[in-house]
Design a protein around this ligand. Structure first.
Ligand code: SF4
Length: 328
């Protein structure tokens, strides 16, 4: 069961005397939204307004909340330290503390002697526990410090594995504690090392190399398809924490210098319907890197990252392929 520390949220609201609070939460939490509102509202003279739009991460703090509320509570993600937010925004991290011992035992035969340890924010408190289990089994354990986008040692985002990069040279493989393959795939693509997922919900371990290789084959096929493209739509996110306008402008300059055409479009939500009207041959995505990597099959035209555009334009070798990251 997730711990949301709702009493702390209530104390924060009371101490400021606010009367209208906007609540933002990831899709997976929205089924609990009504219960959360009921618990928060109990005994408080305060109105709560749920923001219904999708929320993908701490990069995606709802910008217009002050039009209808005094403050915003953003659930489920750790604050991204490099993104400025005002004092009337509170981040409430989800925390869960599962038993990890059987998963660690199962993973041991797949690991080398030196292991990098990573987790999503929900499982960040499992890092010292898993570390101790691994060390008792004779492993050397490394926990890296991330850059200014990362709030905790060992924490990983789908667009930023700087905690893994910090120790990549020292380790044989990585353990990622978390659900799903989203973050583990980022680590595998970014570091090139074996990544073992310890999934506390499915109670299973998974190795990521097959999935990484499949994604890389897909990327190389898309790069080939885009080789003859002349007109590109360069996508910029309106969301504060995914906005890379300079990268988009650099992409347009590169395209122009190679006799191709690039136009910039700013979007709040990137999806096939939003891109359908534009008469172009390919897209360059500078928003959340995972839109290009994970959703590629949804788009009729190739969607490239900036580094992939460099390959298309002959400015980067295939052997220098890099995972697209947001660094700050
Ligand atoms: S940019 Fe994408 S991967 Fe990074 S935090 Fe936002 S939603 Fe997650």
């Amino acid at each position: 069961m997730f711990n949301l520390a709702l009493e702390d949220v209530r104390a924060w609201i009371k101490s400021h005397g606010w009367s209208k609070i906007a609540l933002q939460m990831p899709e997976g939490m929205k089924s609990k939204a009504i219960q959360i509102v009921q618990k928060l509202a109990d005994g408080l003279d305060c109105q709560f307004i749920i923001i219904g739009d999708p929320c993908y991460g701490a990069c995606d703090v709802y910008r217009g909340f002050e039009d209808f509320a005094d403050a915003l509570v953003h659930f489920g993600h750790a604050r991204i330290p490099s993104i400025n937010v005002s004092d009337n925004v509170l981040f409430v991290e989800m925390r869960v503390d599962p038993d990890m011992s059987d998963l660690v035992s199962e993973a041991l035969p797949l690991l080398g002697g030196r292991v990098g340890l990573l987790a999503t924010i929900q499982y960040i408190e499992s890092i010292p526990i898993v570390r101790s289990l691994l060390e008792k089994a004779g492993k050397e354990v490394y926990i890296g410090n991330g850059d200014s986008r990362i709030a905790y040692p060992g924490q990983v985002l789908g667009c930023n594995c700087s905690s893994a990069e910090d120790v990549n040279e020292k380790v044989d493989s990585f353990i990622q504690i978390g659900e799903g393959d989203f973050h583990a795939l980022a680590i595998a693509l970014d570091t090139g090392k074996d990544v073992i997922v310890l999934d506390p919900v499915k109670r299973e371990i998974r190795e990521m190399s097959e999935k990484r290789d499949r994604i890389l084959r897909q990327r190389f096929a898309l790069i080939n398809t885009a080789a003859e493209a002349r007109r590109f739509l360069v996508i910029v996110s309106a969301k504060t924490g995914q906005r890379r306008l300079k990268t988009a402008e650099d992409a347009v300059r590169l395209l122009n210098s190679k006799g191709r055409y690039g136009a910039i479009v700013v979007l709040e939500e990137i999806n096939p319907i939003a891109l359908m009207p534009y008469d172009v041959d390919a897209y360059v995505n500078t928003a959340c890197p995972r839109v290009a990597i994970d959703d590629a099959v949804m788009y009729k035209r190739p969607m490239l990252t900036y580094a992939e555009l460099e390959i298309v334009l002959g400015l980067r070798d295939w052997g220098d392929y890099v995972f697209d990251k947001i660094k700050e």
